[in-house]
Design a protein around this ligand. Structure first.
Ligand code: NAD
Length: 287
């Protein structure tokens, strides 16, 4: 039996992945679905229809609270985790000049340090086991920048660096690190996102040109989510591909091909083609 621990399971990708693995007909997975606030566990319980008492356990875990990560680790009865899924994350959207230090710190604490310290807490056991998988929910916003998402992208870019560095080392311990790079996904992400709305008082201090570009960005964003967002089940399929692979890749793209913008970014090292292309896509008047 493979012991899987997943962060951020009260909604979205984490919830779907927990349900799928706990319901697997082969019963090869024992899932520890963790969430910051156990009061939100009903949705997960409803989704598994109470059927999977032997394959699913729900634990409290706030990725920004080291003690709560250690407490969760203690509660894993098998005393090992074979597959660690770092999935918890939050977004922050709006003009950079209005973001408070506290909200920026919060994004970095959850997305970056939360992921890193979750890995830290489980790493020694995994090394001692001589095997393991670390799967991280990445974002195409961790591969190329998105206007009005500077701090979110910074946190996701940083995850790429941390994971790639770890992947090089952990090969020597038979531990594989994989990033599941998602584009837009239908989840609670947009609801949980800290987002400046157009009528907000905080936007009054922002210059008119930025505001009009922000308005265009918001339109672009809702169009992209309407036309191109994937369902969490599509993302779960990619997680399963990584989990079942005997030689998992470092990066998986949920859209099966590398998105053209990511391609542009990696194939043009001087960086200007990507910046010009994205600006045209989002802000040009003839879209
Ligand atoms: P979601 O908001 O439904 O899920 C995120 C989960 O993380 C929530 O359940 C939330 O409670 C949890 N969380 C937040 N802070 C936490 C903390 N301190 N400790 C533990 N859990 C915490 O959105 P989602 O789309 O399922 O997001 C999952 C991951 O996917 C995130 O890392 C996100 O950055 C990434 N992602 C999402 C999208 C998208 O468009 N939805 C795109 C690319 C990447």
């Amino acid at each position: 039996m493979k012991v899987v621990l997943i962060t951020g399971c009260s909604s979205g990708i984490g919830l779907s992945l927990a349900v799928r693995l706990a319901s697997d007909s082969s019963k090869i997975f024992k899932v520890y679905a963790t969430m910051r606030n156990l009061a939100k566990k009903e949705r997960l319980l409803e989704s598994v229809k109470g059927l999977h008492r032997d394959t699913l356990e729900i634990l409290q875990m706030d990725v920004t609270d080291r003690q709560s990560i250690m407490n969760a680790r203690e509660k894993v009865v098998e005393k090992r985790v074979d597959i660690l899924v770092c999935n918890a994350g939050v977004g922050l959207m709006g003009p950079l000049e209005i973001q408070s230090l506290d909200s920026m710190k919060h994004i970095l604490e959850v997305n970056l340090l939360g992921t890193i310290q979750t890995i830290q807490v489980f790493l020694s056991d995994m090394k001692a086991q001589g095997q393991g998988r670390i799967l991280v929910t990445g974002s195409t916003g961790g591969l190329h920048g998105l206007p009005f998402n500077e701090v979110y992208c910074a946190s996701k870019f940083a995850i790429e660096g941390a994971c790639e560095s770890l992947a090089v080392l952990l090969q020597h311990f038979n531990i594989q690190v994989s990033l599941i790079e998602c584009g837009p996904v239908n989840s609670d992400f947009l609801v949980n996102l800290q987002k400046a709305e157009l009528g907000d008082e905080s936007l009054q201090q922002v210059d008119g040109q930025t505001l009009s570009l922000y308005e265009k960005y918001l339109q672009h964003c809702s169009m992209v989510f309407q036309n191109a967002a994937q369902d969490t089940e599509d993302i779960v399929k990619v997680f399963l591909e990584a989990i079942h692979s005997t030689k998992p890749a470092f990066r998986y793209f949920t859209n099966s091909v590398m998105p053209p913008l990511t391609n542009l970014k990696v194939s043009e090292p001087d960086g200007m083609n990507y910046i010009t292309a994205l600006s045209q896509i989002i802000f040009s008047d003839d879209q």
